[in-house]
Write a protein that binds this ligand. Structure first.
Ligand code: TMP
Length: 199
């Protein structure tokens, strides 16, 4: 039987990484991967897109994320799913629709088209959206005390547009999306996520 593709989405600072680690521990046999990354080419692209010293045009940015995704899907995600493994993916196409489509203003349809090309039309079975108020997400990020990367340096309007886009994507596909309250305690978020994936 084909494995299930479960994606985890949300704004920076929503707590995706903690949820992903909790899910991976609770779902033995599932493989946790992150985007951009997971394979050598995509990890190198990750360094490029995060580098604050680089000037990256919005279209180039969308293509870089799509290229990282295409390689990850071809090298790992599809073979794992075909072999029956459940894949937990920390961000996927919806991140590009929200960040590049809405945040950068490229348009969701244009960004969806390049990603359909890149992934061969792969669609997650379940998408968990960690929903958080953009200001709260930024505050959590600031509390971490890390240097902000290239995208994290954007202003509030950028993240407000991304949050709105995520809500619209979830409303448009209620059968695929499960919306989680990211302001809840981590163990409550994990319990809600496990219920949502039927574990
Ligand atoms: P993260 O691993 O901390 O979530 O960092 C990934 C960053 O890249 C984050 O700021 C969101 C951004 N991103 C996009 O803008 N588009 C994408 O398609 C993906 C996967 C991530």
């Amino acid at each position: 039987m084909r494995g299930r593709l479960i994606t985890i989405e949300g704004l920076d600072g929503a707590g995706k990484t903690t949820l992903c680690q909790g899910l991976a521990a609770a779902l033995p046999g599932a493989r946790l991967l992150r985007e951009p990354g997971g394979v050598e080419l995509s990890e190198r692209i990750r360094e490029l897109v995060k580098d604050p010293s680089l000037d990256v045009d919005a279209r180039a940015e969308a293509l870089l994320y799509a290229a990282a995704r295409a390689q990850l899907v071809a090298s790992l995600v599809r073979p794992l799913l075909d072999g029956g493994t459940t894949v937990l993916l920390d961000r996927f196409v919806d991140s590009s629709l929200a960040y590049q489509g809405a945040g950068r203003g490229l348009g969701v349809d244009a960004v969806r088209a390049i990603n359909d090309f890149g992934t061969g039309g792969l669609v997650p079975d379940v998408t968990l959206l960690m929903r958080i108020d953009p200001a709260a997400g930024r505050a959590r990020q600031a509390d971490r005390g890390e240097e902000p990367d290239r995208l994290e340096r954007e202003d509030g309007a950028f993240f407000d547009a991304i949050a709105r886009a995520y809500d619209e994507l979830a409303a448009a596909e209620p059968q695929r999306f499960r919306v989680l309250d990211a302001s809840a305690k981590p163990d409550e978020v994990l319990a809600a996520a496990l219920e949502a994936v039927g574990a």
